[in-house]
Design a protein around this ligand. Sequence first.
Ligand code: TEU
Ligand code: CA
Length: 559
Amino acid sequence: MTDPKWWKESVIYQIYPKSFCDSNGDGIGDIPGIISKLDYLKELGVDGIWVCPMYPSPGYDNGYDISDYEDIDPIFGTMEDFDRLISEVHARNMKLIIDLVLNHTSSAHPWFQESRASLESGKRNYYIWRKGNPDGSPPNNWGALFGGSAWTLEEKGGEYYLNLFSAPQPDLNWRNPALRQELYAIIRRWLERGVDGFRMDVISLIAKPEDFEDGPTGRSGFHDPRARAAANPQVHEYIREMRREAFEGHNIVTVGEASATSLEEAKIFSNPDGSELNMVFQFEHMDLDGGETFKWTDQTIPIPALKQVMTKWQLGLHNQGWNGLFWNNHDQPRMVSRLGDEGELRERSAKMLATCLHLLQGTPFVYQGEELGMTSMDFTDISQLRDSESINAYNRYVSSGEISHADMMRYISMKSRDSGRTPMQWNDSAYGGFTTGTPWMPVNPNYVSINAAEQENRQNSVFSFYKELIALRKKHKVIVYGGYEPYCIEHPEVFSYFRKSEAETLLVCCNFSSKAVLFPVPEEFGNAVQILGNVEDSHYLSEGILASFEAVILKRNGG
Ligand code: TEU
Ligand code: CA
Protein backbone atom coordinates (compact mmCIF):
# COMPACT_ATOMS: atom_id res chain seq x y z
CA MET A 1 0.00 0.00 0.00
CA THR A 2 1.76 3.16 -1.13
CA ASP A 3 -0.99 5.70 -1.79
CA PRO A 4 1.21 8.19 -3.65
CA LYS A 5 0.89 11.86 -2.71
CA TRP A 6 3.05 14.84 -3.68
CA TRP A 7 3.48 15.88 -0.07
CA LYS A 8 4.87 12.48 0.85
CA GLU A 9 7.53 12.79 -1.82
CA SER A 10 8.46 16.34 -0.83
CA VAL A 11 11.03 17.97 1.40
CA ILE A 12 9.81 21.20 2.99
CA TYR A 13 11.97 24.10 4.12
CA GLN A 14 10.85 26.08 7.16
CA ILE A 15 11.37 29.83 7.23
CA TYR A 16 11.20 31.89 10.41
CA PRO A 17 10.69 35.16 8.55
CA LYS A 18 11.96 37.53 11.22
CA SER A 19 15.37 35.86 11.13
CA PHE A 20 15.70 34.82 7.48
CA CYS A 21 16.72 37.75 5.32
CA ASP A 22 16.27 41.49 5.77
CA SER A 23 15.91 43.45 2.53
CA ASN A 24 15.54 47.02 3.83
CA GLY A 25 18.01 47.34 6.68
CA ASP A 26 15.52 47.61 9.53
CA GLY A 27 17.06 44.54 11.14
CA ILE A 28 14.00 42.34 10.61
CA GLY A 29 13.67 39.69 7.93
CA ASP A 30 10.89 40.33 5.40
CA ILE A 31 9.06 39.02 2.33
CA PRO A 32 11.30 40.67 -0.29
CA GLY A 33 14.19 39.08 1.63
CA ILE A 34 12.57 35.65 1.29
CA ILE A 35 11.97 36.21 -2.43
CA SER A 36 15.63 37.11 -2.90
CA LYS A 37 16.61 33.69 -1.52
CA LEU A 38 14.21 31.48 -3.47
CA ASP A 39 16.92 30.54 -5.94
CA TYR A 40 19.06 29.39 -3.02
CA LEU A 41 16.20 27.15 -1.89
CA LYS A 42 15.67 25.85 -5.40
CA GLU A 43 19.36 25.02 -5.55
CA LEU A 44 19.00 23.08 -2.30
CA GLY A 45 16.25 21.12 -4.01
CA VAL A 46 13.36 21.54 -1.62
CA ASP A 47 9.82 21.16 -2.96
CA GLY A 48 8.14 23.71 -0.79
CA ILE A 49 8.47 26.21 1.99
CA TRP A 50 6.53 26.72 5.20
CA VAL A 51 6.69 30.30 6.40
CA CYS A 52 5.89 31.04 10.05
CA PRO A 53 3.17 33.66 10.71
CA MET A 54 3.43 37.00 8.92
CA TYR A 55 0.02 38.38 9.90
CA PRO A 56 -0.32 41.69 11.72
CA SER A 57 0.65 41.07 15.33
CA PRO A 58 1.79 42.97 18.40
CA GLY A 59 4.68 40.48 18.34
CA TYR A 60 4.50 39.25 21.92
CA ASP A 61 5.12 35.75 20.54
CA ASN A 62 6.70 36.76 17.22
CA GLY A 63 3.54 36.50 15.17
CA TYR A 64 1.91 33.60 17.01
CA ASP A 65 -0.33 36.30 18.47
CA ILE A 66 -2.39 37.35 15.45
CA SER A 67 -4.41 40.56 15.49
CA ASP A 68 -5.67 40.27 11.88
CA TYR A 69 -5.92 36.96 10.01
CA GLU A 70 -6.27 38.61 6.62
CA ASP A 71 -3.36 40.94 6.21
CA ILE A 72 0.44 41.07 6.32
CA ASP A 73 2.33 42.78 9.12
CA PRO A 74 4.15 45.87 7.81
CA ILE A 75 7.41 44.60 9.33
CA PHE A 76 7.28 41.83 6.69
CA GLY A 77 5.91 43.86 3.77
CA THR A 78 2.53 44.20 2.10
CA MET A 79 -0.13 41.95 0.64
CA GLU A 80 1.36 42.75 -2.80
CA ASP A 81 4.69 41.40 -1.55
CA PHE A 82 2.88 38.28 -0.38
CA ASP A 83 1.16 37.77 -3.73
CA ARG A 84 4.53 38.17 -5.39
CA LEU A 85 5.95 35.56 -3.01
CA ILE A 86 3.24 33.10 -4.07
CA SER A 87 3.91 33.63 -7.75
CA GLU A 88 7.71 33.56 -7.37
CA VAL A 89 7.48 30.33 -5.38
CA HIS A 90 5.16 28.83 -7.99
CA ALA A 91 7.36 30.04 -10.84
CA ARG A 92 10.09 27.85 -9.36
CA ASN A 93 7.72 24.92 -9.13
CA MET A 94 7.64 24.97 -5.37
CA LYS A 95 4.74 25.07 -2.92
CA LEU A 96 3.95 27.69 -0.31
CA ILE A 97 2.62 26.61 3.06
CA ILE A 98 1.51 29.25 5.53
CA ASP A 99 1.13 29.02 9.27
CA LEU A 100 -2.36 29.18 10.74
CA VAL A 101 -2.80 29.90 14.41
CA LEU A 102 -6.39 28.97 15.20
CA ASN A 103 -6.13 28.02 18.86
CA HIS A 104 -5.80 31.62 20.00
CA THR A 105 -5.54 35.18 18.75
CA SER A 106 -3.72 38.17 20.07
CA SER A 107 -5.51 40.07 22.81
CA ALA A 108 -5.28 42.97 20.35
CA HIS A 109 -7.53 41.17 17.84
CA PRO A 110 -10.81 43.10 17.34
CA TRP A 111 -12.76 39.94 18.26
CA PHE A 112 -11.15 39.92 21.67
CA GLN A 113 -11.54 43.65 22.11
CA GLU A 114 -15.22 43.20 21.49
CA SER A 115 -15.45 40.05 23.59
CA ARG A 116 -13.87 41.62 26.65
CA ALA A 117 -15.93 44.82 26.39
CA SER A 118 -18.97 43.43 28.21
CA LEU A 119 -20.67 40.26 29.39
CA GLU A 120 -23.36 40.86 26.77
CA SER A 121 -21.00 41.39 23.85
CA GLY A 122 -21.98 39.53 20.68
CA LYS A 123 -18.41 38.20 20.54
CA ARG A 124 -18.30 37.19 24.22
CA ASN A 125 -18.49 33.52 23.23
CA TYR A 126 -15.62 33.78 20.77
CA TYR A 127 -13.35 33.25 23.77
CA ILE A 128 -13.52 31.17 26.94
CA TRP A 129 -14.71 33.05 30.00
CA ARG A 130 -15.25 31.65 33.49
CA LYS A 131 -15.96 33.05 36.91
CA GLY A 132 -13.20 32.77 39.50
CA ASN A 133 -13.51 30.78 42.72
CA PRO A 134 -15.43 32.33 45.66
CA ASP A 135 -12.08 33.55 47.09
CA GLY A 136 -11.39 35.31 43.82
CA SER A 137 -8.70 32.90 42.64
CA PRO A 138 -8.61 31.62 39.02
CA PRO A 139 -11.11 28.88 37.99
CA ASN A 140 -8.48 26.13 38.19
CA ASN A 141 -4.75 25.46 38.63
CA TRP A 142 -3.80 25.32 34.97
CA GLY A 143 -0.60 27.10 33.99
CA ALA A 144 0.18 29.08 30.86
CA LEU A 145 3.04 27.65 28.83
CA PHE A 146 5.02 30.89 28.97
CA GLY A 147 4.56 31.32 32.73
CA GLY A 148 1.88 32.15 35.27
CA SER A 149 -1.74 31.07 35.40
CA ALA A 150 -3.67 30.02 32.28
CA TRP A 151 -6.42 32.40 33.41
CA THR A 152 -6.34 36.18 33.27
CA LEU A 153 -8.81 38.32 35.16
CA GLU A 154 -10.60 40.98 33.15
CA GLU A 155 -11.61 43.79 35.49
CA LYS A 156 -14.59 44.68 33.37
CA GLY A 157 -17.15 41.95 34.03
CA GLY A 158 -14.97 40.33 36.66
CA GLU A 159 -14.47 37.07 34.73
CA TYR A 160 -11.31 35.22 33.79
CA TYR A 161 -10.38 34.30 30.21
CA LEU A 162 -8.41 31.19 29.30
CA ASN A 163 -4.92 31.55 27.80
CA LEU A 164 -2.98 28.31 27.41
CA PHE A 165 0.14 30.17 26.22
CA SER A 166 0.19 33.69 27.69
CA ALA A 167 -2.19 36.46 28.69
CA PRO A 168 -1.72 38.31 25.36
CA GLN A 169 -2.82 35.09 23.56
CA PRO A 170 -6.44 34.38 24.62
CA ASP A 171 -7.79 30.97 23.52
CA LEU A 172 -10.64 30.90 21.02
CA ASN A 173 -13.84 29.10 21.91
CA TRP A 174 -14.22 26.39 19.28
CA ARG A 175 -17.51 25.27 20.83
CA ASN A 176 -19.04 28.33 19.22
CA PRO A 177 -20.19 27.42 15.67
CA ALA A 178 -20.19 31.09 14.59
CA LEU A 179 -16.50 31.37 15.47
CA ARG A 180 -15.72 28.19 13.56
CA GLN A 181 -17.48 29.51 10.46
CA GLU A 182 -15.44 32.72 10.62
CA LEU A 183 -12.24 30.69 10.73
CA TYR A 184 -13.25 28.47 7.80
CA ALA A 185 -14.06 31.54 5.71
CA ILE A 186 -10.59 32.92 6.45
CA ILE A 187 -9.02 29.64 5.32
CA ARG A 188 -11.04 29.66 2.10
CA ARG A 189 -9.85 33.18 1.30
CA TRP A 190 -6.19 32.21 1.75
CA LEU A 191 -6.76 29.25 -0.56
CA GLU A 192 -8.26 31.59 -3.14
CA ARG A 193 -5.08 33.65 -2.89
CA GLY A 194 -3.19 30.56 -4.00
CA VAL A 195 -1.44 29.10 -0.97
CA ASP A 196 -0.73 25.37 -1.16
CA GLY A 197 -1.30 24.37 2.42
CA PHE A 198 -1.23 25.10 6.08
CA ARG A 199 0.87 24.25 9.08
CA MET A 200 -1.69 24.38 11.84
CA ASP A 201 -0.38 25.68 15.12
CA VAL A 202 -1.23 23.59 18.21
CA ILE A 203 -4.28 22.25 16.39
CA SER A 204 -4.44 19.38 18.88
CA LEU A 205 -5.39 21.83 21.63
CA ILE A 206 -8.38 23.64 20.10
CA ALA A 207 -11.07 21.65 21.91
CA LYS A 208 -11.00 22.18 25.63
CA PRO A 209 -12.44 19.69 28.11
CA GLU A 210 -15.74 20.90 29.50
CA ASP A 211 -15.00 20.30 33.19
CA PHE A 212 -11.87 22.47 33.57
CA GLU A 213 -10.74 20.34 36.48
CA ASP A 214 -7.57 20.89 38.49
CA GLY A 215 -4.65 18.63 37.65
CA PRO A 216 -1.38 17.61 39.30
CA THR A 217 1.10 20.46 39.53
CA GLY A 218 4.72 20.48 38.42
CA ARG A 219 7.75 22.53 39.39
CA SER A 220 6.13 25.69 38.01
CA GLY A 221 3.43 25.38 40.68
CA PHE A 222 0.79 25.00 37.96
CA HIS A 223 -0.77 22.09 36.09
CA ASP A 224 0.31 21.78 32.43
CA PRO A 225 -3.08 21.43 30.72
CA ARG A 226 -1.83 20.47 27.27
CA ALA A 227 -2.21 16.69 27.53
CA ARG A 228 -5.75 17.20 28.87
CA ALA A 229 -6.68 19.62 26.11
CA ALA A 230 -5.14 17.35 23.47
CA ALA A 231 -7.08 14.32 24.67
CA ASN A 232 -10.48 15.85 24.05
CA PRO A 233 -12.33 13.86 21.35
CA GLN A 234 -14.19 16.92 20.09
CA VAL A 235 -11.03 18.09 18.39
CA HIS A 236 -11.69 15.49 15.68
CA GLU A 237 -15.22 16.71 15.08
CA TYR A 238 -13.91 20.23 14.56
CA ILE A 239 -11.10 19.18 12.26
CA ARG A 240 -13.42 17.03 10.16
CA GLU A 241 -15.81 19.92 9.86
CA MET A 242 -12.96 22.25 8.90
CA ARG A 243 -11.82 19.80 6.24
CA ARG A 244 -15.32 19.60 4.76
CA GLU A 245 -15.99 23.33 4.91
CA ALA A 246 -12.59 24.72 4.03
CA PHE A 247 -10.11 22.21 2.56
CA GLU A 248 -12.33 19.99 0.42
CA GLY A 249 -11.62 20.14 -3.30
CA HIS A 250 -8.14 21.67 -2.91
CA ASN A 251 -4.96 19.74 -3.61
CA ILE A 252 -3.24 21.10 -0.54
CA VAL A 253 -1.21 19.81 2.36
CA THR A 254 -2.24 20.20 5.97
CA VAL A 255 0.29 19.68 8.71
CA GLY A 256 -0.97 19.55 12.26
CA GLU A 257 1.28 20.61 15.07
CA ALA A 258 0.22 17.88 17.47
CA SER A 259 1.44 19.28 20.73
CA ALA A 260 1.12 16.77 23.61
CA THR A 261 -0.48 14.16 21.34
CA SER A 262 -0.35 10.39 21.73
CA LEU A 263 0.32 8.00 18.87
CA GLU A 264 -3.29 6.85 18.94
CA GLU A 265 -4.53 10.43 18.56
CA ALA A 266 -1.99 11.13 15.83
CA LYS A 267 -3.35 8.19 13.83
CA ILE A 268 -6.74 9.86 13.85
CA PHE A 269 -5.34 13.30 12.93
CA SER A 270 -3.35 11.94 9.99
CA ASN A 271 -5.71 9.14 9.01
CA PRO A 272 -4.89 8.06 5.42
CA ASP A 273 -8.60 8.23 4.61
CA GLY A 274 -8.04 11.98 4.40
CA SER A 275 -10.83 12.85 6.79
CA GLU A 276 -8.65 15.16 8.92
CA LEU A 277 -5.10 16.35 8.25
CA ASN A 278 -2.31 14.98 6.08
CA MET A 279 0.45 14.70 8.65
CA VAL A 280 1.45 15.55 12.18
CA PHE A 281 4.43 16.94 13.99
CA GLN A 282 4.81 14.99 17.21
CA PHE A 283 7.17 16.11 19.98
CA GLU A 284 8.00 13.02 21.97
CA HIS A 285 11.59 12.97 20.68
CA MET A 286 12.02 16.67 21.44
CA ASP A 287 10.93 16.25 25.04
CA LEU A 288 13.40 13.47 25.91
CA ASP A 289 15.73 15.94 27.59
CA GLY A 290 13.06 16.87 30.09
CA GLY A 291 11.32 19.54 28.04
CA GLU A 292 7.87 18.21 28.70
CA THR A 293 8.13 18.42 32.48
CA PHE A 294 10.74 21.10 33.18
CA LYS A 295 13.03 22.32 30.46
CA TRP A 296 15.47 24.46 32.48
CA THR A 297 18.08 21.81 33.24
CA ASP A 298 21.13 20.49 31.43
CA GLN A 299 19.57 17.10 30.85
CA THR A 300 20.38 15.70 27.39
CA ILE A 301 18.59 13.31 25.05
CA PRO A 302 19.47 9.64 25.76
CA ILE A 303 20.14 7.81 22.47
CA PRO A 304 18.41 4.51 23.43
CA ALA A 305 15.23 6.44 24.31
CA LEU A 306 15.49 8.43 21.09
CA LYS A 307 15.66 5.20 19.07
CA GLN A 308 12.68 3.76 20.91
CA VAL A 309 10.56 6.86 20.39
CA MET A 310 11.41 7.25 16.70
CA THR A 311 10.79 3.54 16.13
CA LYS A 312 7.46 3.72 17.91
CA TRP A 313 6.29 6.55 15.61
CA GLN A 314 7.73 4.91 12.48
CA LEU A 315 5.96 1.61 13.07
CA GLY A 316 2.88 3.22 14.55
CA LEU A 317 2.09 5.53 11.64
CA HIS A 318 3.17 3.20 8.81
CA ASN A 319 0.09 2.91 6.56
CA GLN A 320 -1.94 4.44 9.39
CA GLY A 321 -0.93 8.06 9.27
CA TRP A 322 2.02 10.20 8.23
CA ASN A 323 4.95 11.73 10.12
CA GLY A 324 6.23 15.24 9.59
CA LEU A 325 9.94 14.64 10.33
CA PHE A 326 12.05 17.29 12.01
CA TRP A 327 15.08 17.80 14.22
CA ASN A 328 14.79 21.57 14.32
CA ASN A 329 12.19 24.28 14.26
CA HIS A 330 11.72 27.79 15.63
CA ASP A 331 10.78 26.40 19.06
CA GLN A 332 13.88 24.26 19.50
CA PRO A 333 17.59 24.76 20.06
CA ARG A 334 19.79 23.45 17.23
CA MET A 335 20.01 19.66 17.03
CA VAL A 336 23.69 19.69 16.01
CA SER A 337 24.35 21.29 19.42
CA ARG A 338 22.03 18.88 21.24
CA LEU A 339 23.10 15.57 19.74
CA GLY A 340 26.05 16.31 17.51
CA ASP A 341 29.35 18.11 17.89
CA GLU A 342 29.90 21.86 17.86
CA GLY A 343 33.65 21.50 17.29
CA GLU A 344 35.75 19.69 14.75
CA LEU A 345 33.11 17.13 13.88
CA ARG A 346 30.29 19.66 13.49
CA GLU A 347 29.85 19.07 9.77
CA ARG A 348 30.12 15.32 10.03
CA SER A 349 27.62 15.16 12.88
CA ALA A 350 25.21 17.50 11.09
CA LYS A 351 25.31 15.18 8.06
CA MET A 352 24.77 12.14 10.27
CA LEU A 353 21.69 13.73 11.85
CA ALA A 354 20.37 14.67 8.43
CA THR A 355 20.84 11.13 7.13
CA CYS A 356 19.10 9.63 10.14
CA LEU A 357 16.05 11.87 9.73
CA HIS A 358 15.70 11.99 5.94
CA LEU A 359 15.80 8.22 5.54
CA LEU A 360 12.90 7.68 7.94
CA GLN A 361 9.36 7.43 6.64
CA GLY A 362 7.59 10.77 6.58
CA THR A 363 8.00 14.21 5.07
CA PRO A 364 11.31 15.81 6.15
CA PHE A 365 11.34 19.46 7.17
CA VAL A 366 14.58 21.44 7.03
CA TYR A 367 14.63 24.47 9.32
CA GLN A 368 16.56 27.48 8.02
CA GLY A 369 20.27 27.13 8.75
CA GLU A 370 20.03 23.41 9.45
CA GLU A 371 21.38 22.83 5.93
CA LEU A 372 24.52 24.69 7.04
CA GLY A 373 24.87 22.92 10.38
CA MET A 374 24.10 26.14 12.26
CA THR A 375 24.56 25.79 16.02
CA SER A 376 22.75 26.99 19.12
CA MET A 377 23.87 30.30 20.59
CA ASP A 378 25.93 30.79 23.75
CA PHE A 379 23.88 33.41 25.54
CA THR A 380 25.55 35.09 28.50
CA ASP A 381 23.15 37.89 29.35
CA ILE A 382 19.40 38.26 29.50
CA SER A 383 19.62 41.38 27.31
CA GLN A 384 20.46 39.06 24.39
CA LEU A 385 17.15 37.20 24.69
CA ARG A 386 13.94 38.00 22.83
CA ASP A 387 11.62 35.07 23.58
CA SER A 388 9.05 35.69 26.32
CA GLU A 389 9.26 32.06 27.39
CA SER A 390 12.99 32.35 28.24
CA ILE A 391 12.74 35.86 29.65
CA ASN A 392 9.80 34.95 31.91
CA ALA A 393 11.58 31.79 33.08
CA TYR A 394 14.78 33.71 33.79
CA ASN A 395 12.91 36.31 35.81
CA ARG A 396 11.03 33.74 37.76
CA TYR A 397 13.76 31.22 38.63
CA VAL A 398 16.77 33.50 38.96
CA SER A 399 15.05 36.18 41.03
CA SER A 400 13.66 33.56 43.41
CA GLY A 401 17.18 32.18 43.82
CA GLU A 402 16.10 28.73 42.65
CA ILE A 403 18.57 28.75 39.76
CA SER A 404 21.79 30.80 39.58
CA HIS A 405 22.34 33.30 36.77
CA ALA A 406 25.20 31.24 35.35
CA ASP A 407 23.25 27.99 35.37
CA MET A 408 20.15 29.61 33.89
CA MET A 409 22.13 31.18 31.03
CA ARG A 410 23.64 27.77 30.34
CA TYR A 411 20.21 26.11 30.33
CA ILE A 412 18.85 28.86 28.10
CA SER A 413 21.72 28.40 25.64
CA MET A 414 21.05 24.67 25.60
CA LYS A 415 17.26 24.66 25.59
CA SER A 416 15.72 27.99 24.70
CA ARG A 417 13.75 28.80 21.58
CA ASP A 418 16.00 31.82 21.05
CA SER A 419 18.89 29.42 20.46
CA GLY A 420 17.19 28.33 17.26
CA ARG A 421 16.08 31.81 16.21
CA THR A 422 19.34 33.66 15.68
CA PRO A 423 19.49 35.16 12.18
CA MET A 424 20.36 33.08 9.15
CA GLN A 425 24.08 33.15 8.34
CA TRP A 426 24.42 34.01 4.66
CA ASN A 427 28.05 35.08 4.38
CA ASP A 428 31.01 36.36 6.40
CA SER A 429 30.18 40.06 6.13
CA ALA A 430 28.81 42.00 9.13
CA TYR A 431 25.89 40.23 10.85
CA GLY A 432 26.33 37.27 8.55
CA GLY A 433 24.83 39.21 5.66
CA PHE A 434 21.41 38.95 7.30
CA THR A 435 20.93 42.71 7.48
CA THR A 436 22.73 45.94 6.68
CA GLY A 437 21.18 47.48 9.82
CA THR A 438 21.09 46.27 13.41
CA PRO A 439 19.59 42.78 13.71
CA TRP A 440 16.52 42.39 15.94
CA MET A 441 18.37 39.68 17.85
CA PRO A 442 22.04 38.76 18.08
CA VAL A 443 23.69 36.90 15.20
CA ASN A 444 25.74 33.91 16.29
CA PRO A 445 29.38 35.11 16.09
CA ASN A 446 30.35 31.84 14.38
CA TYR A 447 28.87 33.24 11.14
CA VAL A 448 32.42 34.08 10.06
CA SER A 449 33.04 30.38 9.44
CA ILE A 450 29.52 28.91 9.26
CA ASN A 451 27.64 30.56 6.40
CA ALA A 452 25.85 29.78 3.16
CA ALA A 453 28.34 31.49 0.82
CA GLU A 454 31.16 29.31 2.10
CA GLN A 455 29.12 26.12 1.69
CA GLU A 456 27.05 26.51 -1.45
CA ASN A 457 29.79 25.53 -3.85
CA ARG A 458 31.93 23.39 -1.59
CA GLN A 459 31.47 19.78 -2.52
CA ASN A 460 31.81 18.28 0.96
CA SER A 461 29.78 20.92 2.80
CA VAL A 462 26.70 20.27 4.90
CA PHE A 463 24.72 22.19 2.27
CA SER A 464 25.94 19.89 -0.52
CA PHE A 465 25.13 16.87 1.60
CA TYR A 466 21.54 18.03 2.10
CA LYS A 467 21.30 18.50 -1.66
CA GLU A 468 22.40 14.91 -2.16
CA LEU A 469 19.98 13.60 0.46
CA ILE A 470 17.07 15.49 -1.07
CA ALA A 471 17.98 14.21 -4.53
CA LEU A 472 18.28 10.67 -3.21
CA ARG A 473 14.66 10.79 -2.05
CA LYS A 474 13.59 11.44 -5.65
CA LYS A 475 15.60 8.51 -6.92
CA HIS A 476 14.75 5.81 -4.40
CA LYS A 477 11.01 5.55 -3.82
CA VAL A 478 11.68 3.09 -1.00
CA ILE A 479 12.68 6.13 1.09
CA VAL A 480 9.19 7.55 0.72
CA TYR A 481 7.02 4.47 0.65
CA GLY A 482 9.04 1.54 2.00
CA GLY A 483 8.55 -0.10 5.35
CA TYR A 484 10.74 0.64 8.36
CA GLU A 485 12.44 -2.05 10.38
CA PRO A 486 14.84 -1.31 13.22
CA TYR A 487 18.21 -3.07 13.20
CA CYS A 488 20.11 -3.78 16.44
CA ILE A 489 17.59 -1.72 18.40
CA GLU A 490 19.44 -2.52 21.65
CA HIS A 491 22.72 -0.91 20.50
CA PRO A 492 23.39 2.05 22.81
CA GLU A 493 24.97 4.41 20.27
CA VAL A 494 24.08 3.42 16.74
CA PHE A 495 20.63 4.19 15.35
CA SER A 496 20.17 1.78 12.48
CA TYR A 497 17.25 0.64 10.41
CA PHE A 498 16.19 -1.00 7.14
CA ARG A 499 13.87 0.52 4.60
CA LYS A 500 12.20 -2.17 2.54
CA SER A 501 10.06 -2.34 -0.55
CA GLU A 502 9.61 -5.10 -3.10
CA ALA A 503 12.21 -3.52 -5.36
CA GLU A 504 14.84 -2.31 -2.90
CA THR A 505 16.23 -2.74 0.58
CA LEU A 506 18.33 -0.06 2.23
CA LEU A 507 20.27 -0.13 5.47
CA VAL A 508 20.91 3.11 7.32
CA CYS A 509 23.51 3.23 10.12
CA CYS A 510 24.06 6.36 12.15
CA ASN A 511 26.65 6.53 14.89
CA PHE A 512 25.51 9.06 17.49
CA SER A 513 28.74 8.61 19.44
CA SER A 514 31.85 10.79 19.26
CA LYS A 515 33.88 7.58 19.29
CA ALA A 516 34.34 4.89 16.67
CA VAL A 517 32.22 1.81 17.37
CA LEU A 518 31.96 -1.77 16.15
CA PHE A 519 28.64 -2.45 14.50
CA PRO A 520 27.71 -5.74 12.81
CA VAL A 521 27.12 -5.75 9.04
CA PRO A 522 23.99 -7.79 8.28
CA GLU A 523 24.90 -10.90 6.32
CA GLU A 524 22.77 -10.05 3.30
CA PHE A 525 24.61 -6.71 3.06
CA GLY A 526 28.04 -8.30 2.63
CA ASN A 527 28.26 -7.16 -0.98
CA ALA A 528 26.01 -4.13 -0.68
CA VAL A 529 26.79 -0.78 -2.29
CA GLN A 530 27.13 2.39 -0.33
CA ILE A 531 24.90 5.05 -1.82
CA LEU A 532 25.77 7.85 0.57
CA GLY A 533 28.01 8.44 3.56
CA ASN A 534 29.62 11.26 5.50
CA VAL A 535 33.11 9.83 5.95
CA GLU A 536 35.63 9.70 3.16
CA ASP A 537 36.81 6.15 3.39
CA SER A 538 34.36 4.18 5.41
CA HIS A 539 35.50 1.04 7.22
CA TYR A 540 32.00 -0.16 7.84
CA LEU A 541 31.44 -2.61 5.01
CA SER A 542 35.00 -3.94 5.18
CA GLU A 543 35.49 -4.11 8.95
CA GLY A 544 32.22 -3.34 10.68
CA ILE A 545 33.61 -0.11 12.14
CA LEU A 546 31.64 3.13 12.18
CA ALA A 547 33.77 6.23 12.75
CA SER A 548 32.63 8.90 15.20
CA PHE A 549 29.32 10.37 13.98
CA GLU A 550 29.55 8.31 10.81
CA ALA A 551 26.42 7.73 8.74
CA VAL A 552 26.14 5.27 5.87
CA ILE A 553 23.31 4.31 3.55
CA LEU A 554 23.75 0.92 1.92
CA LYS A 555 21.71 -0.69 -0.80
CA ARG A 556 21.40 -4.46 -0.77
CA ASN A 557 22.60 -6.12 -3.91
CA GLY A 558 19.89 -7.60 -6.09
CA GLY A 559 17.08 -5.49 -4.62
O1 TEU B 1 4.16 25.90 19.69
C1 TEU B 1 3.45 25.07 20.53
C2 TEU B 1 4.15 24.36 21.62
O2 TEU B 1 3.46 23.86 22.50
C3 TEU B 1 5.59 24.22 21.74
O3 TEU B 1 6.29 23.99 20.60
C4 TEU B 1 6.17 25.29 22.59
O4 TEU B 1 6.26 26.50 21.93
C5 TEU B 1 7.51 24.92 23.09
O5 TEU B 1 7.48 23.65 23.62
C6 TEU B 1 7.92 25.86 24.18
O6 TEU B 1 9.26 25.63 24.46
C7 TEU B 1 3.47 26.70 18.79
C8 TEU B 1 4.41 27.58 18.02
O7 TEU B 1 5.27 26.77 17.24
C9 TEU B 1 5.15 28.46 18.97
O8 TEU B 1 6.13 29.24 18.33
C10 TEU B 1 4.11 29.34 19.62
O9 TEU B 1 4.73 30.14 20.60
C11 TEU B 1 3.00 28.53 20.26
O10 TEU B 1 2.51 27.51 19.43
C12 TEU B 1 1.83 29.43 20.57
O11 TEU B 1 1.25 29.84 19.38
CA1 CA C 1 13.17 44.27 6.95
